[in-house]
Design a binder for this molecule. Sequence first.
Ligand code: NAD
Ligand code: DAU
Length: 350
Amino acid sequence: MRILVTGGAGFIGSNLVAHLLAHGAERVVVLDALTYAGNLQNLAPVQADPRYRFVKGSILDQALVAELLESERLDTVANLAAESHVDRSIRGPEAFVETNVTGTLRMLEAARSYVEAHPALRDRFRYLQVSTDEVFGTLAADDPKFCETTPYAPNSPYAASKAGADHLVRAWHETFGLNTLISNCSNNYGPYQFPEKLIPLVLNNALSGKPLPIYGDGQQVRDWLHVGDHCEALASILARGAPGETYAIGGDAERTNLEVVGTICDLLDRHRPKNAGSYREQIAFVKDRPGHDRRYAIDARKLARELGWSPSRSFTQGIEDTVLWYLDHGDWVRDVTSGAYRDWVAEHYA
Ligand code: NAD
Ligand code: DAU
């Protein structure tokens, strides 16, 4: 596999790059614009690998994408580059449409021209769009889980932009015959997640003695998947997924937000006890997110049946490993929580 990973300096992208290199990829080229969410330190573990190359640039730059496909003789694309934080999409939707929709259009067009110029590559070429379960909207407590045939009903600007991108990908397969794949995954957690998302934000705030903000009543449910399991699923889809198909990926680990935050507090109480009291005392209920989806849950049986994938880490083990990783990587947290991060936190949680 000679692959272009866009968004490879972000949370999932950097974990995927390490996974692909550890599992025999011939060439891994990362294209990342290094927005506030992208960090070259996330790629430090692979930077000495001669099969790896980093290019700073945007997926909106179609000429650059085309040049990379051509000069590196790539046969695979995994598009992870995106604006990914729901709260930011509520404050400023424009960047989400620009990067997630127009950026995907440019990626698809670059891939289409490249494959048309190299007919011998046509059957082998794969374009994977890494999407989200949020495109399906929200579930009531007793609804069946989302699966590949669930109709799209996005509720946030972020989810709508990801849904728009997925529709483009589908059309480029149907109309132009591009060998596309789409994955719709549930909430990830693990190393290198930017501390604007619930789990690393709570860890960071807990250790800094700050409030642990719970939106609304904290009874919203997410289906948590360790990023390492997500990367294994993506690798299986790239290797054996059928062109034009969609695969739902989930952790089979539904938890309310309050349960997740309570678990983190208990783990910190064990591994980094305070002088007095529990981290649970820092929990603070705050104003709810507008349009907040109540429950996400994924039925990943297609992936198990067709590609033999299922998650290998329990949430209990994965969250403890993650807490320990953040405790061991205080330098990383300090480096990524720069001025821009502090500005976001001050504005959003004011
Ligand atoms: P992230 O925000 O940590 O990383 C996104 C990366 O994309 C960053 O490195 C950023 O610099 C880069 N980027 C942004 N705009 C770019 C542009 N125009 N050109 C090139 N690079 C650009 O996000 P993440 O959590 O790692 O998510 C990666 C992908 O997976 C996203 O597409 C997201 O929608 C999807 N996803 C995420 C989750 C999750 O729980 N985090 C779950 C399902 C799907
Ligand atoms: O489901 C997959 C999606 O998961 C991805 O597509 C997104 O890129 C990713 O950001 C994530 O979206 P969520 O909105 O579910 O994740 P977030 O970590 O922002 O929030 C998780 C839950 O916790 C959600 O119900 C909102 C709540 N929350 C979040 C924050 C940041 C709080 O209660 N307090 C907070 O401060």
